[in-house]
Structure formats: C-alpha cells, structure tokens
Design a protein around this ligand. Structure first.
Ligand SMILES: *Cc1c(COP(=O)(O)O)cnc(C)c1O
Length: 385
C-alpha cells in the first residue's frame, strides 16, 4: 500500500487495511476466524481478545487512516471503546471534566461506575470553554467532549479545548460518532483520543454493533493494556462486515450530509415547523465555529413542530421515514428524545436543557429528498387533523 496520506478519501475507504488474499487472489479480504494461532517462532501472540487477528490488525489501519492518527482499535460496541478509553487513563483519586450534553450511555457509565473506583467527575453546565476551565482541578486527568452533541447539535470548540488541556497537562477525548471521520478529524485540532460508536455511520446499515478508538501509537498502546482485561473485542466476522461497510463510508456520509442540509433548509422554511437545529444553518448559534472545524455539517438534525401538531402522531404517520432509537443508518429515521433518550429526566430538567416536548431528532439517510419532503408533508397533514 502506498503512503496513506496521499490517497484520496474514497481510495482510503476501499483499499487501506485490506487483508490480501495471497492464496487465491480474491478481490476482497478473506476472513481469518481462528482463535488459536501457532506460538512457535512467532513474535506476535495472536488472539482475538488481544485485538491482533489479521482482520482486526488490518482494519485498525483503515480506521487510523480515516481519523488521520497513527493507530486505532476496534471494539464490540461504542460503549466498549468509550469505557476502555476512560478506564485506561483514570485511576483512584483522578478527576475528569465531562461535557454536560453527552450520549446517555456514557453519562450512565460515568455516574454508575466511577464512584466504585474512586474516580471523581464534574459535568459542565454547557459546551462553553469557561465552564470546562472553571472545573479543572489539580487531579483532573481528562477533558471529555462530544461535538456535535445530541439532540440539539451543539458545537464545542475543539481548538480551545485542546489548548486548555495542553496548558494543564490534561488528556482530551472526543466522541466523534455524530460527525464521523468524514465530516470531522479532531486530531487536526489537537484532540488526543477519538471515540466512535461504529454501530452508527461506520457500520451505516443498522446491522452491526461495534466501536472504535483512534489515537497515537503511545495512547493506543496504553488503552490496549486495559482493553485486553475488559475483553471488549469484536468478532472477526463482524470486523469483516465493518470493513465492507467502511468501503462506502465517504459515499454514504457525503450523500447523507448533502441531504441533511437540504432537509434542514426545507424544514426551516416550513410554516408548520418551529426551530430547526442543524450546524449547517446560518441560524445555528455556532454556525461559524462548525464551519471552522467541520468538513461537512453532518446528517443529524432536530426540529420542533409548531404548537398543536402532535409529535408522536406525526411520527406514527410517516411512511418512509422510520421511527428508530438508533441513528446514522442509510435509511432516514426519527426519534422523540422526550420519549426515549431523555425520558428519565423530568420535564423541567429537559426544558432547562432546551429539549421541548415536540422535539424530533432526524437522522437523514440517502433517500431522494423529494421523497423525504413528501413523507413529512403528508404526516404533518395527518398530525394536524
Ligand atoms: C450510539 C452511541 C454511542 C454508544 O455506542 P454503542 O455502539 O451503542 O455502544 C456512543 N456515543 C454516541 C454519540 C452514540 O450515538
């Protein structure tokens, strides 16, 4: 394989990290499902939980190339990746500053596990840098961010976060799931560790559970030492499926991003819709920041229907767009955060975070936008009657 940096993005998606079929010269990577490898005269002890089977090792290269880092690791889920990364760098007595608006599973992990290990944590009030700064203590070891965040697509300033962290000798971690490596490479802004739920855009077809971490060789080495103890590796059959999915990552995400921009503008102009939250809209309060740090604005957006239009009735009447707890597949889906991801919060707590009852999160797929618009129009009509 030629110098990875010089390859175009689609070439990287298709070719970097292929397992060469030396025996039969097949066009795609063969799967090596073995859980047992010879130990005689080899310097690498291969074992799936050591994250070093041929398929794992090669796919790490593709993910590292996509995130522009030296190395990567693939896991059985996004949470396996996130928990391994945090536990690798935190010990008893350490402190972590966490952005308030983060994925619910990550929030649960922190509040339900960290106390057991004597790890301290503080959540910010917002995604403002001053908030992070005010919470840093002598024992702060990690700043943890997510941008764009769920469900209001808030944007955190990655340059400012990494500068603040470096000043204080702190490590930075980002959940880069929403942007995917196609729309955002945080390493270019000095962020240390990139985390992904590969269940989302990387898998892209709503049929794989996986996670990934991309970082420097040194950081990956340290995470690896913890990760082999937790045992969250991905099976080689699924590693292979993820490799296949990643071949079209750029094609899918580019098309979804293009569609999302069109749908966001369409919804903003729709008289039955109130607010639209999408970083690619000039009305987004952090549009300029998003423009500075994102290559594309992503394919996630949220919107509120006007008062009197029932959000659940609207969603139940959609024909093409599916109601779904998850996101980022190539099919368009919607979810009602009040009923799902944020159901455990009281209405007051939700409102204080800007999450109104009628809020709908929209994961835009690759369908033609004319079909999506027609579907939304007919569902609004039914929700009104
Ligand atoms: C889904 C998701 C996760 C968790 O990933 P799993 O694969 O479900 O474990 C983490 N962060 C974000 C932003 C997600 O959307």
């Amino acid at each position: 394989m030629k110098e990875v940096k010089k390859l175009g993005i689609n070439t990287t998606c298709v070719h970097v990290g292929e397992v060469k079929d030396e025996q039969f010269k097949g066009a795609v990577s063969p799967i090596y499902p073995a859980t047992s490898y010879a130990f005689d005269g080899v310097d690498v002890k291969r074992y799936p939980r050591y994250f070093n089977t041929p398929n794992q090792e090669m796919l790490h290269k593709k993910i590292a190339a996509l995130e522009k880092t030296e190395d990567a690791l693939i896991f059985g889920s996004g949470m396996a990746a996130i928990s391994a990364a945090l536990m690798a760098f935190l010990k008893k007595g350490d402190h972590v500053v966490v952005q308030q608006v983060i994925y619910g599973g990550t929030y649960n992990f922190i509040v339900s596990e960290f106390d057991k290990y004597g790890i301290e944590y503080s959540f910010t009030e917002s995604d403002k840098i001053a908030d992070f700064k005010s919470l840093i203590k002598k024992n702060t070891k990690v700043l943890y961010i997510e941008t764009p965040s769920n469900p209001l697509l808030g944007i955190t300033d990655m340059n400012a976060i990494s500068a603040l962290a470096k000043e204080n000798g702190i490590l930075t971690m980002i959940d880069n799931t929403f942007a995917s490596p196609i729309n955002q490479n945080p390493v270019e802004f000095g962020i240390d560790i990139m985390l992904h739920s590969a269940t989302k855009y990387m898998g892209g077809h709503s049929d794989i559970s996986a996670g990934a971490i991309a970082a420097s060789k040194t950081h990956i080495e340290q995470i690896w030492k913890t990760a082999i103890n937790f045992g969250g590796n991905l099976s080689d059959q699924t590693v292979w499926l993820l490799e296949r999915s990643l071949k079209t990552l750029n094609l899918r995400v580019k098309e979804q991003t293009k569609n999302a921009q069109i749908m966001a503008e369409y919804l903003e102009d729709n008289k039955d819709v109130d607010n639209v939250y999408y970083p690619g809209l000039k009305s987004h309060p952090q549009f300029n920041l998003a423009k500075k740090q994102m290559k594309g604005f992503g394919a996630m957006l949220s919107f509120e229907l006007k008062e009197g239009i029932d959000a659940m009735k609207f969603q139940n009447n959609l024909q093409l767009i599916k109601p779904s707890m998850s996101l980022a597949g190539l099919e368009s889906t919607t979810v009602s955060p009040t009923q799902t991801t944020h159901a455990l919060l009281s209405e007051e707590e939700r409102l204080s975070r800007g999450i109104k009852n009628g809020l709908i999160r929209f994961s835009v797929g690759i369908e033609e936008v004319k079909d999506l618009k027609e579907d939304i129009e007919q569902a609004i009509k039914k929700a009104k009657s």
